[in-house]
Design a protein around this ligand. Structure first.
Ligand SMILES: *Cc1c(COP(=O)(O)O)cnc(C)c1O
Length: 494
């Protein structure tokens, strides 16, 4: 399996093309500014689907990932995957058959084929250590990093900025890993008490929390400045684990297969029974994995993209116009992990939509990178959008509250605000003949305030997390200063 950049110039000049999985694992953007994708998607036929149906999560993960990774011997890859997808890591303190599923499917309304009801379900993806779906890929990334770094005799210092979910997920994946240090910037006193406790209570010596006296954007700007200091970046082996990392997308493909098999178990998955997925979206990483699963031949009918008030992506799927917003135009909502102004993985999908034309991608993103927008509505490829299965919708604060209340009243289930966005939009696109599977992207315990607003009481906390706010915290508070952050890194990297 070879990987190419979405912006590679064809033939020769393309130093950014034709890489192996291990070569792009630790890389962010391709040198030409594009994103890496497989040169062609592996195809999974009906007979393989039938063979994969009853595999455990870890065995299914091995089967899927072996199609994307051919430069790590299977004898090394398999045990690494087995160590990653265990009920101890993804069971959320539970020890039952659901925990063994890793990503259990919960029917809200089971399918009733005779009565023309396709069913409505939630795929639980948030039972990992930080209670958000990002753990599904990040835990694997931690083990892959450690393996490849040891093999190459290298080290990496991961520098990132977080407003919540990504930072904690990265820290819990990298804690204690050989060859890896994490320097994670967060906005001082601007995250919830729970989020702060989750990150700052880690005592592992390879994890460094830095709280900057500023906003998330200030923190993000420091990370960009440090990464653009090429001498510093090389000397201190600075890397990232952001959502454009290809291995994260690849790891997310697995649960679309798992969810498909679970949703078709009773109604029979043979003969290409289709399933729809609704995905609460921000940077387009999660749903990009769904697109890839569909391109591989998994019978996905629709991919339903849900946004909150920050509806950059909904606007595109309705109109063909992609118009990233300025930070000042990005609203702070009650589904904060979807408050994005620019969808960093979107280029991967557009590359496929325009027939994998890197010249056109370079043209389109020269506008985006300059702060502009583009409009595909007059291009023939936009008419082919339905072939890719995408539909979209948006959800507001009032919708979230109403959906959380209704879900609690009807099904006795408390869902988080992001999952509520997905359920709201997914419900609008339900059909009679296909199950609708809504991807759960976080647990409600992470967003207590909104749950209290919707239901008048706090959500349950998973076992072991009741008192985390009282644990001792380890965090360095700093001014908004690139120099200060660089000095801190230099002091802590041998
Ligand atoms: C990251 C995140 C999202 C958005 O996922 P993308 O892959 O960026 O589209 C949605 N909900 C939660 C809770 C998240 O943490």
């Amino acid at each position: 399996m070879r990987y190419i950049s979405t912006r590679a110039r064809p033939a020769g000049a393309a130093d950014s093309s034709n890489r192996s999985f291990s070569e792009i694992l630790l890389a962010g953007l391709a040198p030409d500014g594009g994103l890496y994708l497989p040169a062609s998607y592996p195809r999974i036929g009906q007979s393989e689907l039938a063979q994969w149906r009853d595999l455990s999560y870890a065995d299914l993960a091995s089967a899927v990932l072996a199609r994307f990774i051919d430069d790590i011997p299977l004898d090394d890859l398999r045990p690494l995957i087995q160590r990653t997808y265990t009920p101890a890591i993804y069971g959320n303190g539970r020890n039952d058959s659901a925990a063994n599923e890793i990503t259990p499917l919960r029917w809200l309304e089971p399918p009733a084929p005779g009565r023309g009801e396709g069913g409505l379900a939630i795929l639980e993806l948030s039972n990992g250590p930080t209670l958000a779906f990002k753990d599904m890929a990040m835990q694997l990334l931690g083990n892959l990093f450690e393996y490849v770094l040891a093999r190459n005799g290298e080290e990496i210092n991961i520098l990132g900025a977080t407003s919540g979910d990504t930072g904690s997920s990265a820290e819990y994946a990298m804690r204690g890993k050989h060859g890896v240090r994490v320097f994670m910037l967060s906005p001082h006193q601007r995250m919830s008490h729970f989020q702060r406790a989750q990150m700052y209570s880690l005592q592992d010596p390879n994890i460094y929390n830095i709280a900057v006296r500023g906003t998330f954007d200030d923190a993000q700007d420091i990370v960009k400045a440090v990464s653009n200091d090429h001498a510093f970046k090389t000397r201190y082996r600075i890397g990232a684990v952001n959502s454009i990392n290809w291995a994260r997308v690849a790891a997310q493909v697995i649960y679309y297969f798992k969810g498909y098999f679970a949703a078709t178990r009773e109604i029979g998955g043979s003969g290409g029974q289709q399933v729809d997925f609704a995905v609460p979206s921000g940077n387009f990483g999660n749903i990009c994995a769904g697109h890839i699963a569909r391109m591989m031949g998994l019978p996905i009918g629709r991919l339903v993209l849900a946004t909150n008030e920050n509806d950059v992506l909904d606007e595109f799927f309705r109109s063909g116009v992609y118009r990233p917003r300025a930070t000042s135009e990005t609203a702070a909502t009650s589904s904060p992990s979807m408050d994005i102004s620019k969808a960093s993985n979107f280029e991967r999908f557009v590359f496929d939509l325009v027939g994998r034309d890197p010249d056109l991608i370079r043209q389109l993103w020269s506008k985006v990178d300059a702060g502009g927008s583009f409009d595909l509505s007059s291009l023939p490829c936009f008419a082919r959008l339905p072939d890719f299965g995408f539909v979209s919708g948006r959800s507001t604060h009032a919708d979230r509250l109403a959906t959380i209340r209704r879900t609690h009243d009807r099904y006795g289930l408390v869902i988080d605000p992001h999952t509520a966005d997905g359920l709201k939009v997914g419900s609008e696109h339900r059909t009679a003949d296909r199950p609708m599977v809504v991807l759960e992207t976080a647990l409600p315990a992470k967003f207590e305030e909104t749950i209290v607003e919707a239901l008048g009481h706090r959500p349950d906390r998973p076992a072991g997390m009741e008192g985390i706010e009282t644990l001792p915290q380890r965090v360095e508070v700093m001014d908004v200063s690139v120099g200060q952050v660089q000095r801190f890194i230099a002091q802590h990297v041998r």
